[in-house]
Ligand binder design. Structure first.
Ligand SMILES: N[C@@H](CCC(=O)N[C@@H](CS)C(=O)NCC(=O)O)C(=O)O
Length: 223
C-alpha cells in the first residue's frame, strides 16, 4: 500500500521522516504542503490530517499518523529496523532520548527559530528575553549532550538510531536560527560524522536549505 507523507521540504520535522525512510529503504509518496502559505492550517487539513495543523503527517490506507517520531517508529516497525536500537536496553535508551529531545531540546530550538526566522518573515519584532531564556536551556542541554558524546559516534550503541535523528534535527535550521551549537565540539563532531556517514542525512539537509533559501530570497528576507 502506498505510504503518503505530507509536509514542506523546508521542514526539519519532515526531514526526520524522509531521512529515516531513505535509510530504511522505504518508499514514500511525498505530498507537498506549503507551510509558508498556511496550507496545514486550513479547516480541511486539520479535520482530515492533524487537528494541530502541523506536519509531517503519514497516511497509509485508513491510518493517519502525526508526530515525526511516532511516524518513524511506525515505519521502523514494518522493517524491524535497527534504528530503534538493537537490544532491549538500547531500545529503551533510544526512547529515552527521543522523548527527551521533544521536550527539552527541540522545544527551545523551535522557540529560537520562531523568534529569529518566523518572526522576521512575518515582520514581527523579536523578543530578546525569550531568545536569552531559550538559549540558556539549549546551552544546558547541549552541555550534557557534549559530555555524553565524548568518545562516541552515536547517541546509543554503535550505530545510527532515532536518538541521533531526533537530536540532530535542529541542525536543519542552525545556519538560519543560529543556535549556539558551535560552543560544543563533541556535538559538532558527532553531527559532522552523521552528515559524512549517512548520505540520506546530507541529501535531506540540502533539500531543507534549498527550500528555505529560495523562499527567503523570494520574499526578500535577509536573516
Ligand atoms: N512535534 C512535531 C512538530 C511538528 C512541527 O512543528 N511541524 C512544523 C514544521 S517543522 C509545521 O508543520 N508547522 C506548520 C505551522 O505551524 O503552521 C513533530 O515532531 O512532528
Amino acid at each position: 500500500m502506498t505510504i503518503k507523507i505530507y509536509g514542506d521540504a523546508g521542514s526539519g520535522s519532515l526531514r526526520r521522516v524522509t531521512a529515516a525512510a531513505k535509510i530504511m529503504n522505504i518508499e514514500l509518496e511525498r505530498v507537498n504542503v506549503d507551510l509558508f502559505k498556511g496550507e496545514s492550517q486550513t479547516d480541511d487539513f486539520k479535520s482530515r490530517f492533524n487537528p494541530h495543523g502541523l506536519t509531517p503527517v503519514l497516511e497509509e490506507g485508513d491510518i493517519i499518523l502525526w508526530e515525526a517520531s511516532a511516524i518513524n517508529l511506525y515505519l521502523a516497525d514494518k522493517m524491524n529496523s535497527p534504528l530503534t536500537g538493537t537490544t532491549r536496553e538500547e531500545r529503551f535508551q533510544v526512547l529515552q532520548w527521543m522523548f527527551w529531545s521533544g521536550e527539552q531540546w527541540r522545544t527551545f530550538t523551535t522557540t529560537i527559530f520562531d523568534e529569529r526566522v518566523a518572526k522576521t518573515i512575518l515582520g514581527m519584532p523579536k523578543d530578546e528575553a525569550v531568545i536569552k531564556f531559550a538559549e540558556g536551556k539549549i546551552r544546558a542541554a547541549a552541555k550534557v549532550l557534549d559530555q555524553h558524546l565524548e568518545g562516541r559516534k552515536f547517541m546509543v550503541g554503535n550505530g545510527l538510531t532515532f536518538a541521533d535523528i531526533d537530536i540532530a534535527a535542529p541542525f536543519s535550521q542552525v545556519d538560519r536560527a543560529r543556535f549556539p551549537f558551535e560552543e560544543y565540539p563533541n556535538l559538532i563532531a558527532w553531527h559532522d560524522n552523521l552528515l559524512q556517514s549517512f548520505p540520506a542525512w546530507a541529501a535531506t539537509k540540502a533539500e531543507v536549505d534549498k527550500r528555505m533559501e529560495s523562499f527567503l530570497e523570494s520574499v526578500g528576507v535577509n536573516l
